[in-house]
Every structure is written in structure tokens, then in C-alpha cells.
Ligand binder design. Structure first.
Ligand SMILES: [Zn+2]
Length: 137
């Protein structure tokens, strides 16, 4: 009598905007080998580890409302890591601005265009803090 089962897990993704791990709109992963229960459980734990990148639900919703600005520290970031954004050191600021507001920022046209296209932009922590201060002040 066989006591073997299939290892099944929901894929974990990492949101490149906010950096959190999530399972929003994730694929279901199935190891098609029949495995003894204990081995299948180990395999499921492995399969549950982050294995893809993709926007989380919250960031997706904010991107529909405006441009998402994420504060980061350039000196602590690794720009060589792929996909781009994965090595950026996020400093905790998360700001959503309207397209019109975003176009007023003192960025190069290239950065403005990239932000409008991707609906998000990493900005220096100091600039993010100033934005937040002016918003409330
Ligand atoms: Zn996110």
C-alpha cells in the first residue's frame, strides 16, 4: 500500500516595490512525483520559499491611483542585482502622488518618463522625508 502524496504549494513572490513577500495572484506549484509524506512536506516548504517577483495587491492598487514613490538609501543599495530594484535598500517611506504632482518634481525628463511608465520610482530617502514633511506641514 502506497503512502505517497504530491507536494503542493502556493508560490511566494517578492514585491519589487514595497519589498514584501506575498502570494497575491500566485501560481500553485505541484511536484508531480509521488513522495513519502515527510519528504513531500519538506519539498512543500522548499516550494513555498520566494521564487518569483511581482507586484503585491496593495502596490498594484496604488499604482492605479498614482505614482508610487519609495524612499531608498543609495549608499546601502546594490545596483548590480537583477531584476532591477531587488538590491535597493528601502528606507521605509511610501508615498503615492498624482501624475500631475509627479511631473512637477525636479527629476530629469528621463526619470519622469520612467516613473510614469512603471508607475513607481525609487527616490532618495532625504527627498522622500521632505515630501512627507511638506505634505503635513
Ligand atoms: Zn508591494
Amino acid at each position: 500500500m502506497s503512502n505517497k502524496i504530491l507536494a503542493i504549494a502556493i508560490q511566494t513572490k517578492v514585491c519589487l516595490i514595497c519589498g514584501k513577500q506575498h502570494k497575491d495572484d500566485s501560481a500553485i506549484l505541484i511536484d508531480t512525483r509521488l513522495l513519502p509524506k515527510e519528504i513531500a512536506e519538506t519539498r512543500e516548504a522548499e516550494m513555498s520559499k520566494p521564487s518569483a517577483y511581482g507586484d503585491c495587491k496593495e502596490c498594484k492598487a496604488y499604482k492605479e491611483k498614482g505614482i508610487v514613490l519609495i524612499g531608498f538609501d543609495e549608499s546601502k543599495s546594490d545596483f548590480t542585482l537583477k531584476p532591477s530594484g531587488v538590491g535597493l535598500y528601502r528606507t521605509g517611506q511610501y508615498i503615492v502622488v498624482t501624475e500631475e504632482g509627479y511631473k512637477q518634481f525636479p527629476f530629469s525628463q528621463e526619470h519622469i518618463d520612467a516613473g510614469l511608465k512603471h508607475r513607481c520610482m525609487f527616490i532618495p530617502e532625504q527627498f522622500a522625508l521632505e515630501l512627507i514633511k511638506n505634505q503635513h506641514g
